[in-house]
Design a protein around this ligand. Structure first.
Ligand code: ATR
Length: 278
């Protein structure tokens, strides 16, 4: 097989963990290829995307701030991308057209399944904190899985209400100030906000009302162990960190570009963690 190329477009791009992640898989599978960081200014995104086939790229990832613009620029989109209005993975088709996908929801789900195999969607309500881009991907996935009630609480309540109006049942907007009460009866709570991330305030969410078998999932991965997850573990809940979502969302792109289904394991986690600033 010829040399295969992919990469990640963002502005800035130095923070991206994707080169370390895909670089690990390329090495592990001894693939003749490269995955490179691509610093692309917003006003040049279209030019950069259109150049992919000419440069021989199999595709690329797109990250902040390009996900929505890339959605508008690609020639085809999958269902997840269409629902989110955002693309994180692009595949160059044999005819040179660009196919945009969104794998964030799938990444969330695969990691949740790996960490909490006994969790069942249909059992009880789920509380989701945050109605931003990541929140949308996650509520869409949970709705597809058959969760009967998804309570969405967002600092700006109107944003949660708009999301609930757009999706309809099973989403319900839950007031941010009453988020703690929203834990009652839940099988799962997911933090999709930046709260708890390095440089951000902690998430204030006492877990007293969460049933003992409730799973706690934080999509923040810097730090890996947020105060929310420490508290969850201390109380005996299954705690699901944010790094796994990042690792699992990368699998579909790698498989499409390089032709091998990669696995998410401890060696990959260590490779990506080792690439993070201390
Ligand atoms: P992403 O695409 O990463 O989800 P986003 O679309 O900017 O990013 O969404 C960020 C989320 O974090 C939003 O739910 C945001 O709440 P608002 O809609 O009220 O802005 C939430 N968020 C950010 N800072 C917050 C804070 N200090 N307290 C509570 N929520 C916060």
């Amino acid at each position: 097989m010829s040399f295969r190329l992919s990469g990640v477009m963002g502005w800035p791009i130095g923070h991206s963990r994707s080169p370390a992640l895909h670089g690990h898989w390329l090495k592990r599978h001894d693939i003749a290829g490269a995955y490179v960081p691509l610093a692309v200014q917003p006003e040049r995104l279209e030019q950069a995307l259109r150049a992919l086939p000419a440069l021989g790229f199999a595709g690329c990832n797109v990250t902040v701030p390009h996900k929505e613009a890339a959605f508008r620029l690609v020639d085809h989109v999958d269902r997840s991308a269409a629902r989110l209005g955002a693309v994180n993975t692009i595949v160059v088709r044999p005819d040179g057209t660009l196919e945009g996908r969104n794998t964030d929801g799938e990444g969330f789900l695969r990691h949740l399944e790996a960490c909490a195999p006994d969790w069942r969607a249909a059992d009880r309500p789920v509380l989701v904190l945050g109605a931003g881009g990541a929140g949308r991907a996650i509520v869409g996935t949970l709705a597809d899985m058959g969760v009967g009630e998804i309570r969405v609480a967002n600092r700006t309540d109107a944003r949660a209400e708009a999301l609930a109006a757009e999706f309809g049942r099973p989403l319900v907007a839950w007031p941010w100030t009453r988020r703690t009460e929203g834990l009652a009866d839940c099988s799962l709570v997911v933090n999709t906000t930046q709260l708890g991330m390095v440089g951000w305030p902690a998430l204030d969410l006492p877990l007293d009302l969460l049933p003992p078998d409730g799973v706690v999932n934080d999509i923040v991965y810097a730090p890996l162990e947020t105060a929310l997850l420490t508290d969850a573990r201390r109380r005996g809940h299954i705690a699901v960190d944010g790094l796994g979502m990042l690792l699992h969302q990368a699998r579909a792109g790698f498989a499409a570009w390089f032709g091998i289904e990669p696995v998410v394991d401890e060696a990959l986690r260590q490779a990506v963690l080792g690439s993070m600033p201390p």
